[in-house]
Design a protein around this ligand. Structure first.
Ligand SMILES: *[C@@H]1O[C@H](CO)[C@@H](O)[C@H](O)[C@H]1NC(C)=O
Length: 389
């Protein structure tokens, strides 16, 4: 009897547990579909209150009137979370009005880009213009360099369905460019760190500050467009500088300061990685993938307008300018993770950014593949390092 009763209890308990788990599953998958997110990312589970408050009101999952009415509450959380303090009441009030405008922008971005989640980020108190000036930094290039060495066409039939250089130890931790338009230097070091790893077997973090201080290389076709520290630069010019100067020093031997008022302190005896050659990859996405798999992470340029409000998911805006204003690192691609309730899988590129690990998906951005979204396929370059063996 005792054992019978136990098993009955057990049956009840397990039925209850099943119902509980089942409802949890429904709830989670609903939320995942609402958030347009991948179930695989742990980030989704640790989704903070702010995100949900800002973007998850009702089925529209956008920043709504409610969150705009509660803007002062959101602003208080924002200031605390990102340790923001303002010099004067006037500055504070100005930043609050910018913040409110950015809540409205996040709502627009959410509508235009439903497979990503847009909301409050560390940049929510910057105007779009300040954002471009402070945390981007790609010099404008009107056309691709015609004299640039073009990457040879590679076979594409055996490409893996998913690929991520982070799984192969070729990517250093996410760095932070701070309030300096030096994105181009991070894109450059990221590509050379990967190439150097492939050539030598060592993953060495390389110096952006060396590029910021010492690289004044000009674009061969636009002579007034030269690498200029926190005021912008181009990855191809930085590869050219690195080739000519002899190489880049280690991050710890020439640490990042995020300012460009210091003299160049390059020490030739401390070179840690050397460029052997670099080339421009054609606009074809299969060629981009093939070059990525064969040569390591690629330096790419992108239009970053959606990145100011991006939190997670696959960014796939219906419309996005192809004016390139940001340099980043392409490290992999995926086909879209399995999700129980999901209308469509979106193949995407995995992009390493240089805004610290608290931005996006632990510092990374996913953007959909297939139609040169935000110009991501337009300026791609691949670099090879000198092998030391
Ligand atoms: C470097 O040059 C070699 C030989 O010309 C070429 O096969 C290779 O694709 C080049 N690599 C890069 C990254 O440009």
């Amino acid at each position: 009897m005792v054992s019978g009763r136990k098993s009955k209890d057990f049956a009840m308990a397990s039925r209850f547990a099943f119902l509980f788990l089942f409802s949890l599953l429904i709830a989670t998958s609903f939320r995942f579909s609402v958030a347009g997110d991948d179930v695989t990312t742990g980030a989704a589970a640790s989704d903070d209150l702010l995100i949900r408050q800002v973007v998850d009101h009702g089925e529209d999952h956008v920043v709504d009137e409610n969150s705009l009415l509660n803007a002062d509450h959101h602003f208080a959380i924002f200031k605390k979370k990102f340790s923001k303090s303002y010099a004067s009441q006037e500055e504070h009030d100005h930043r609050f009005s910018v913040f409110k405008a950015n809540l409205r922008r996040a709502r627009r971005h959410q509508k235009l880009d439903p497979s990503a989640v847009h909301g409050v980020t560390q940049f929510s108190d910057l105007t779009p213009r300040e954002f471009r000036r402070q945390v981007l930094g790609l010099n404008r290039r009107l056309r691709l360099p015609s004299d640039a060495h073009k990457a040879p066409i590679l076979p594409t039939n055996d490409l893996p369905a998913d690929f991520d250089w982070r799984d192969h130890g070729a990517v250093t931790p996410v760095k932070n460019q701070g309030s300096c338009g030096s994105c181009w230097s991070f894109s450059t070091t990221g590509a050379l760190e990967g190439a150097n790893y492939l050539a030598t077997g060592n993953l060495v973090s390389l110096s952006e500050q060396q590029l910021v201080d010492c690289d004044h290389e000009c674009d061969p076709e636009e002579k007034d467009s030269c690498d200029s520290g926190c005021n912008g630069g181009l990855m191809n010019s930085a590869f050219e500088y690195t080739l000519k100067s002899g190489g880049l020093m280690r991050e710890e031997d020439y640490p990042y300061t995020g300012t460009d008022r210091a003299a160049c302190k390059f020490d030739k005896t401390k070179i840690a990685a050397k460029v052997s050659n670099f080339s421009v990859v054609s606009l074809d996405e299969e060629q981009i993938a093939a070059n990525l798999v064969k040569n390591g992470p690629l330096a790419v340029a992108i239009n970053a307008v959606f990145m100011q409000t991006y939190m997670k998911g696959v960014s796939c805006p219906y419309i996005c300018s192809k004016n390139l204003d940001h340099g980043v690192l392409l490290v992999g691609y995926g086909e879209g993770a399995y999700a129980p309730i999901r209308l469509k899988e979106k193949p995407y590129w995995i992009i390493k950014n240089s805004w610290g690990p608290n931005w996006g998906e632990e510092g990374y951005y996913k953007i959909c593949r297939g139609r040169n979204i935000c110009g991501v396929d337009s300026m791609v370059s691949t670099v090879a390092a000198v092998s030391t063996s």
